[in-house]
Design a binder for this molecule. Structure first.
Ligand code: CO
Length: 444
């Protein structure tokens, strides 16, 4: 059962080389399930019991379904991110080397492990803005073949490489594209051919490198999965599957997947943007509710901020906390941080533990070593726009921000079950500090 889920997850990730593709694929899954597309620029007509989704920039997406008993409603939200560290092509990308090579000029997107991008087949994907008549249209591009490579420098030319390696993004990380000097617009022509348009029609591009490596299930007992972009497409996919299965009549179930987490979320479509707040406000208004109703709904709402976590590394067990360390295939990770880089607190952790108990899903706890700064994630960033009870969770993985990451074969299935139970539950604060989790009725 979990192996099947892992396989579906890996094929979703393989077909999602960039956030634009991930959001496109998520939209397709939602459409198949009967979700209706809303546009931010049009009026919204929302029915109780309806299912909708809306995208921003083609790289962030919010889906929601409204219950049928909306008198004292609240929101149940999951949030994950659609982007992963990579390299972005610059506008003028072709560089000639001695008239014998063409390499591409790129810059880093997010905090990648550079060495993991060396010596493996890469290609290009992203979005292209194409002039059509008097207008512009956004098209997805995925050059689905081995196209580029970033070759290492031989050890004979850098004898100290195994003792100290430093990789400069402008010097060491430029991908080789051709064994000849190419025409100035060769790359543009390649993109145009791929999209079956004329090169003059291409007005804008957001193109990124991606690792061509085939995802794999492996290990003595097939207990591991490896793939590009597990952080955070593993959570994005699992929370989507859970969202599709779970609902209850007294809440608005919201699925959120944001772009730009890896570069700080401060974009028009990132977790720090108004996107979530705008959509929740519009849902409230479209249901015929007042601004006060929205404040009341938010006061009793709950969010799961889902982003992957560091499993204990077999070669560096000392790098994780002594008592709060986590392992792959041992369930959902709850993350805490005294400085509140993670949103979890006693209340949100307790509520989530009860949900996982109901779901029959194991939970484990993560904290950074006290002498080490860990990463941050989107939960506490989203809080500045929409402030609700939130717990930071994720799935344990190794090699975070590598171009090929490793996780547990069972954990996506655990998250699906927990998220399904979360959306099926009705959480309410009966009195100050007194919470109740009920089986929400589905109203069907
Ligand atoms: Co992440």
């Amino acid at each position: 059962m979990y192996r099947e889920v892992a396989q579906e997850l890996l094929s979703f990730i393989k077909s999602s080389p960039t956030p634009f593709h991930a959001v496109w694929n998520i939209s397709g899954i939602l459409e198949k399930e009967g979700y209706e597309r809303l546009k931010e620029g049009s009026a919204w007509n929302i029915r109780p019991g309806g299912r909708y989704y809306v995208t921003r920039n083609g790289s962030s997406i919010l889906a929601f379904k409204t219950g049928t008993q909306m008198e004292n409603y609240s929101f149940h939200i999951t949030a994950s991110h659609s982007d992963s560290p990579t390299f972005k092509l610059k506008e003028n990308a072709q560089m000639d080397v001695k008239g014998k090579y063409t390499v591409l000029d790129t810059e880093g997107y997010g905090g990648m492990l550079c060495s993991t991008w060396l010596d493996r087949p890469l290609s290009l994907a992203g979005r292209v803005i194409v002039k059509e008549g008097n207008g512009l249209a956004s098209r997805l591009l995925n050059i689905d073949r081995d196209l580029l490579m970033i070759p290492s420098l031989a050890i004979h030319m850098n004898r100290e490489v195994n003792e100290k390696q430093s990789l400069n993004k402008q010097k060491d990380m430029l991908p080789l594209y051709s064994g000849r000097k190419m025409d100035a617009d060769a790359l543009k022509n390649l993109v145009a051919d791929e999209l079956e348009v004329e090169a003059e029609q291409i007005y804008g591009t957001d193109l990124y490198l991606y690792n061509r490596a085939e995802p794999s299930i492996w290990g003595a007992d097939d207990e591991f999965i490896s793939s590009p972009r597990l952080d955070d497409l593993e959570c994005a996919y699992a929370s989507l599957r859970g969202f599709l299965r779970g609902e209850n009549s007294e809440t608005v179930s919201v699925y959120a997947c944001f772009d730009n987490e890896e570069v700080g979320s401060q974009t028009k479509q990132g977790a720090a943007s108004t996107f979530l707040c705008d959509v929740l406000t519009r849902i409230n208004a479209a249901l015929g509710k007042t601004p006060e109703d929205l404040s009341r709904a938010l006061a009793s709402s709950f969010m799961l901020s889902c982003d992957n976590a560091h499993a204990v590394h077999p070669n560096y067990p000392e790098k994780t906390d002594v008592c709060n360390c986590v392992y792959m295939n041992e369930g959902i990770v709850v993350k805490s941080h005294a400085g509140q880089k993670y949103t979890s607190d006693a209340v949100s952790i307790a509520l989530f533990k009860m949900i996982c108990e109901k779901a029959g899903v194991p939970v484990q706890f993560f904290a950074n070593r006290s002498d080490m700064n860990g990463g941050s994630t989107l939960g506490n960033i989203a809080m500045s726009q929409v402030s609700v009870n939130t717990v930071d969770i994720g799935l344990a993985q190794l090699a975070m921000h590598s171009s090929f990451e490793t996780a547990g074969v069972k954990d996506a299935a655990y998250l699906i079950r927990a998220v399904e139970t979360f959306y099926k539950s009705h959480i309410c604060e009966k009195d100050a500090g007194v919470y109740e989790i009920e089986d929400g009725c589905t109203g069907k």
